[in-house]
Design a protein around this ligand. Structure first.
Ligand code: MN
Length: 492
């Protein structure tokens, strides 16, 4: 097994082929810069022949981003020329070698495909550019023919050969054997590209590493065609922590990277997604929380800080007394043993009714148990609101608020009605330092009159709190959530 693995990221090429995803050039550059900063060895920036837009994006990334930038090309001169013109550091050329693709997709013989592969690699090498070659659908190809093509491109001067499991049909032990057979015949570096159609992309990638691949193709958040590609976060963390094999990735940037891609592509990761999912470091059940607080290794295979994430203690019906105690300490609320027991029971009861318990609720419960007179009356209250929304113009919102015993009015615009409304509220309370860190919208039932359930995270730089608003209208639900959050922060 190799001692160090090169990470080839194809988020901007295969990842962007995720159905429904389209990135602007600026956003592609932003992702490429973050990938380079994180330590990715090679970035596949796109498929330049696809469109003028794609060409410009690849060209811009190749000139501005400081790492090896690769462009994709079919084994055809126009594609290769497009990569060369985009000034990439590495050309990734591919052609199918499987009987299915030869017959139905290309209508070519084995000899014709062999010739095309070899001359494509020769063409790139002749231009003085390193070449990566992929026999597409390799895992469904006849092995002797596949090896013949690989040997041909090796002789033609290819720098690395990538073995793609294009349709994701391999299983790990089979992949290991398959790569080992190729490894025996080929001297140059081997790379692997796995798809997740049966949920085995990461496992197959690691099996290929076991058999001698020293480069892996991955995407952030496992994005990619159909069920996606091998996930960067999982492959890197498995290599680093389970296999003890090094990569150049600064792992503490992984969580942030995942969030950036999530935000720019609009594709959210599942809560139970490994490493970067919302629940990857969350603990709710009492026994787990107790143990994790004493020693994290008890129920955490890796430390959240290693990937730049945070441990989260979730309060719900499974919450235990130690979880509540930790949360109260975090909020600087002092309680004695009996009060703690009381608070825990109340939280459990609410959790049992299916309620998610946020800090706001916990503080209210604690105030109640501690016999404090809670400042029930809101500091900020919505009195009136006017929304001007005309197609082609920025929406403008005017709000009238009661802030303490004063009436305040403000008008602001925004990118949309929600943004404009929140800007106006912020302006009326003259609290510019208050930021909206997270915004999450759920529709409770179907239809355009469905209840909108907005959960937000607001911060004033010192303190962060979650708040929620429910209303038939999404703008109103957002305003209610924001005002709840403001009241929480201002009251403390
Ligand atoms: Mn692919």
């Amino acid at each position: 097994m190799a001692q160090k693995i090169r990470i080839f990221d194809t988020t901007l090429r295969d990842g962007e082929q995720t159905p429904g995803v389209a990135l602007t050039i600026d956003n592609k550059v932003l992702i490429a810069e973050a990938l380079a900063d994180m330590g990715v060895d090679i970035i596949e920036a796109g498929f330049p022949i696809n469109s003028e837009f794609e060409f410009q994006a690849v060209k811009k990334i190749a000139s501005e981003v400081d790492t090896t930038v690769c462009g994709l090309a079919r084994a055809m001169q126009q594609d290769l020329d497009s990569c060369i013109k985009a000034d990439v550091d590495l050309v990734h050329t591919f052609i199918s070698t499987s009987p299915q693709h030869l017959r139905y997709q290309m209508n070519k013989t084995e000899d014709e495909v062999y010739e095309m592969a070899v001359s494509a690699v020769e063409y790139v090498v002749d231009h003085g550019i390193p070449c990566l070659f992929s026999p597409m659908d390799a895992t469904r190809s006849d092995l002797p023919y596949l090896i013949k093509v690989c040997k041909g491109v090796e002789e033609a001067g290819a720098k690395v050969i990538n073995i793609p499991d294009t349709v994701g049909v391999m299983y790990p032990s089979q992949m290991k054997e398959f790569i080992a057979k190729i490894r025996k015949e080929i001297k140059i570096d081997l790379d692997v590209h796995c798809h997740n159609d049966f949920g085995m992309a990461v496992a197959n990638t690691l099996a290929a590493v076991e058999a001698g691949c020293n480069q892996v193709q991955v995407t952030v958040n496992g994005m990619g065609e159909r069920a996606g590609n091998a996930d960067l976060e999982q492959v890197v963390m498995a290599l680093e922590t389970i296999y003890k094999i090094k990569t150049n990735i600064k792992t503490e940037r992984i969580y942030q990277m995942s969030k950036l891609v999530e935000r720019l592509t609009g594709v959210r990761v599942m809560p139970n997604f490994p490493i970067v999912g919302e629940n990857a470091f969350a603990h709710e059940s009492g026994i787990h929380v107790h143990a994790v607080l004493k020693k994290a290794e008890t129920f955490e295979p890796l430390k959240p800080e290693m990937v730049g994430a945070r441990r989260r203690l979730v309060m719900g019906k499974h919450v235990g007394i130690h979880g509540i105690d930790a949360k109260l300490k975090e909020l600087d609320i002092k309680v004695n043993k009996d009060q703690l027991k009381d608070i825990t029971n109340k939280v459990k009861n609410l959790g049992g009714m299916g309620k998610r318990i946020f800090e706001e609720d916990l503080i209210a419960i604690a105030d109640d148990v501690l016999g404090k007179v809670p400042k029930k009356e809101a500091i900020v209250e919505l009195v009136d609101l006017k929304l001007d929304f005309e197609l082609g113009k920025k929406p403008v919102v005017t709000v009238v608020l009661n802030v303490g015993d004063k009436k305040k009015k403000a008008t602001e615009d925004g990118v949309g009605p929600v943004d404009a409304a929140l800007n106006a509220i912020r302006s009326a309370v003259s609290k510019k330092e208050i930021t909206l860190d997270e915004y999450h919208l759920d529709a409770i039932t179907g239809g355009s009159d469905a209840l909108a359930d907005v959960t937000i995270k607001v911060s004033n730089g010192k303190r962060t709190t979650m708040a929620r608003g429910v209303h038939e209208d999404v703008v109103m639900a957002s305003i209610i959530a924001f005002i709840n959050g403001l009241n929480r922060i201002l009251r403390l």
